[in-house]
Design a protein around this ligand. Structure first.
Ligand code: SAM
Ligand code: SF4
Length: 319
């Protein structure tokens, strides 16, 4: 059992010469994963907009005039038909997100039905529905939910500058409820919120020091959305972004590190360096929840150029 990470110990790695940092992260990556395989996941918005939370980056917050039209919870048959298409496009994991502070009891039966139906297609299931009570986590675990996403998004210090409608501890509480229910955890964050490099590193320290680190760690690059508080945020330095990917790999060697939002704005070369640094999962398709994503044609070209092949369902237990 290693000593807990500290900002100092993590920063020492982060500040290594770039080639040394990526040599170390690629070495650790190879010790845990096939470096030429990438997990393909698909994200679907099962309920759009009208969220009561005030996350500064989010187009779905009711506090923002982002022009998004709110929708009701999708019908089961529509979710299943989208999941089938994702599987045909090589996805092994299907992530369903709802713009909620937390699910209401009236929504639970529909969510359970979606988990069961998508799982019966032979896909790993993931939900991201906001905060969960222990009882809700248990109910979704009983339905066979494989993963639950709940991002801490940034450091504890910087969190109040991004979200005021809930506390950082609320996020950690939900992660504990999910873990106690026996569901695998997907939790990461966003770069580009106005945070410092120390905030980014501290976010990883929090995740890596959880009793069991998340099995999946999504790292997003902010997509500035008109009408949100962060519409005019400064862009992230690409080298700093890649350093965080490498650090996530070194601090959570057996977790899948997902190169998540923001890829549309990343060059192939930047994405290639992220994969070399230890990223080994992406979302496919041309949209995330509401934001754009490169789409299957551009991603097939990129993965082809890099000789990266998708993880298959038979292998996906490794991720
Ligand atoms: N309502 C659920 C919740 O907040 O837990 C939905 C989670 S969904 C996966 C939202 C996540 O996507 C956020 O935690 C954030 O990491 C990412 N995200 C949302 N808007 C984004 C944006 N404009 N740019 C980059 N990442 C974004
Ligand atoms: Fe709501 Fe989630 Fe968007 Fe925050 S990130 S405003 S909780 S949908």
């Amino acid at each position: 059992m290693r000593d807990p990470w500290t900002l100092t110990s993590a920063r020492e790695l982060y500040d290594l010469p770039f080639n040394e940092l990526l040599f170390r992260s690629q070495t650790v990556h190879r010790m845990n994963f096939d470096p030429n395989r990438v997990e393909l996941a698909k994200l679907l918005n099962i309920k759009t907009g009208g969220c009561p939370e005030d996350c500064g980056y989010c187009s779905q917050s009711a506090h923002h005039a982002s022009g998004l039209t709110a929708t009701k919870l999708m019908k089961l048959e529509d979710v299943v038909s989208e999941a089938r298409k994702a599987k045909e496009n090589g996805a092994t994991r299907y992530c369903m997100g709802a713009a909620w502070r937390s699910p209401k009891s009236r929504d639970e039966a529909a969510i359970v039905a979606m988990v069961k139906a998508v799982k019966s297609l032979g896909l790993e299931t993931c939900m991201t529905l906001g905060m969960l009570s222990p009882e809700q986590a248990e109910a979704f675990a009983d339905a066979g939910l494989d993963y639950y996403n709940h991002n801490i998004d940034t450091s504890e210090n910087f969190y109040p500058a991004v979200v005021t409608s809930r506390r950082f501890e609320d996020r950690l509480e939900t992660l504990a409820h999910v873990r106690e229910a026996g569901i695998k955890v997907c939790s990461g964050g966003i770069l580009g919120l106005g945070e410092t490099e120390d905030d980014r590193i501290d976010m990883l320290v929090t995740l890596a020091n959880l009793p069991t680190p998340p099995e999946s760690v999504p790292i997003n690059m902010l997509i500035p959305v008109a009408g949100t508080r962060l519409a005019n945020a400064s862009p992230v330095d690409p080298i700093e972004f890649i350093r965080i990917i490498a650090l996530a790999r070194l601090m959570m060697p057996s977790s899948s590190v997902r190169l998540t939002a923001g890829r549309t704005a990343m060059s192939d070369e930047m994405q290639a360096l992220c994969f070399f640094a230890g990223a080994n999962s992406i979302f496919i398709g041309d949209t995330l929840l509401t934001a754009s994503n490169p789409g299957n044609d551009r991603d097939s070209r990129l993965l082809g150029r890099l000789g990266l092949t998708p993880v298959t369902m038979e292998m996906s237990g490794d991720l």
